[in-house]
Design a protein around this ligand. Structure first.
Ligand SMILES: [Zn+2]
Ligand SMILES: [Zn+2]
Length: 267
């Protein structure tokens, strides 16, 4: 018996596989994330190519004007996105950013070693699933009817969780602001900040630090922290961690570490 799947069937097959792995991963089998990432990026690449092929099926080949053979190479994900954008098909910036992140993770998985925060994979996978469903809706691909209901629930439930966390983060931050006088508010940079773990703008002040409303992460490059040396305030992403012999890691600003002077002298 031969196995034959057309471009679209092949895409859906990979999506179902990705979702199955996602479910396994959620059930505690962490290694399943690896296969989920691989299948999902395969699905997305094929989905974008399929969309290109609707304009003309030869456009999925790198050299559509040359004689076609079994070895003719096809376009990559980036080229498919560029074609669709040139053809006035809208693709959101978030979708493109997530695709890029997923692709680089897949390359690492396939070619060397990788280390990634589970929360981050979780949120990007969820976000991409949701984006793929929206893309399917926009382009009338009928993905919803091709997928198992429990997978659809998974993607939708995920999005619901994100929306609730975003809303809560904004509300809690507003509540926190009511404790400040207007003149105090002027020179402060307020959140919610972008969480380094999940990538959502759901990081808010919590007790003496910060906490993400969505994933529980505690760090974000934009959050304001105090330099333990001079007491000045700055963005976390611009500070350097310094480990003293005893006690917790301290944060130091670029002035105190000398990084500021170094970059000034070199420029
Ligand atoms: Zn988070
Ligand atoms: Zn300092």
């Amino acid at each position: 018996m031969d196995l034959k799947l057309n471009l679209f069937e092949n895409a859906i097959d990979s999506l179902n596989e990705a979702l199955q792995k996602y479910e396994e991963a959620k059930d505690g089998n962490k290694n399943a994330y690896k296969f989920c990432v691989q299948h999902l990026s395969h699905f997305l690449e094929l989905l974008l190519k399929f969309q290109v092929s609707k304009a003309h099926e030869l456009l999925i080949f790198k050299k559509p004007f040359q004689k076609r053979t079994e070895e003719s190479s096809t376009i990559n994900m980036q080229e498919a996105i560029q074609f669709l954008e040139n053809d006035d098909k809208k693709i959101s910036t978030q979708f493109k950013t997530d695709l890029k992140w997923l692709k680089s993770l897949r390359n690492k998985i396939e070619h060397y070693e990788f280390e990634v925060k589970i929360k981050q994979v979780d949120s990007v996978v969820g976000r991409l699933l949701h984006a793929a469903l929206l893309f399917g809706e926009q382009h009338k691909l009928d993905l919803e009817n091709l997928l198992d209901q429990r997978y659809l629930d998974l993607a939708k439930g995920y999005q619901k969780g994100v929306s609730a966390a975003l809303k809560q983060a904004v509300e809690k931050e507003k509540y926190a602001l009511t404790c400040l006088r207007p003149d105090e508010m002027q020179d402060m940079n307020f959140g919610p900040y972008c969480c380094n773990d999940c990538g959502y703008r759901t990081l808010i002040m919590f007790e003496s630090g910060y906490r993400c409303e969505f994933c529980g992460g505690e760090e974000g490059d934009e959050m304001i922290v105090t330099c333990s040396e001079c007491g000045g305030e700055g963005a976390f992403g611009e500070m350097s961690g310094w480990e003293p012999d005893i006690g917790p890691v301290e944060m130091r600003c670029s002035m105190c570490t000398g990084a500021y002077a170094m970059s000034r002298d070199n420029s």
